[in-house]
Design a protein around this ligand. Structure first.
Ligand SMILES: [Zn+2]
Length: 133
């Protein structure tokens, strides 16, 4: 399993870094009731939120019900690159790469409007949790 934080930049990291920010490629909309408005990444070393313009890569749509985000984020404080690979699902699950393998989260137990408003905070918590394992 590759480390999430490293000092050796690969060719793929550079490719992703030359792509638009993930923020520019949001939202991911599956339907009126299933959409992701934001995607935040945190430095795998210090845990600080990576500024939106420094989190870059690609949002792919391999299936109608799945969006896959592959990105790199640069923490200027740590001078480290953190890699991100997550899938956002139509049923509002998040799956993705962790140090322990492929993980799954349920940031939102249902699709109600009230809970949708809370997705960002919960998703951020889930992403932070990735790197504490
Ligand atoms: Zn950092």
């Amino acid at each position: 399993m590759a480390e999430h934080a490293q000092r050796n930049i690969t060719a793929r990291d550079l490719e992703l870094w030359r792509m638009p920010s993930i923020q520019q490629q949001m939202p991911v909309v599956f339907s009126k009731d299933a959409r992701w408005d934001e995607y935040d990444g945190h430095c795998a070393s210090c845990g600080e939120r990576i500024p939106a313009q420094d989190l870059r890569g690609i949002v792919r749509h391999p299936l109608a019900t799945v969006a896959e985000i592959e990105a790199v984020g640069v923490c200027h404080g740590c001078r480290l690159v953190t890699r991100f690979l997550h899938r956002l699902h139509e049923d509002m699950r998040v799956t993705g790469l962790t140090r322990g393998g492929w993980g799954e989260w349920h940031p939102c137990p249902s699709w109600t409007t009230r809970l949708r408003a809370g997705i960002r905070a919960v998703l951020v918590a889930a992403l932070r949790d990735l790197f504490r394992r």
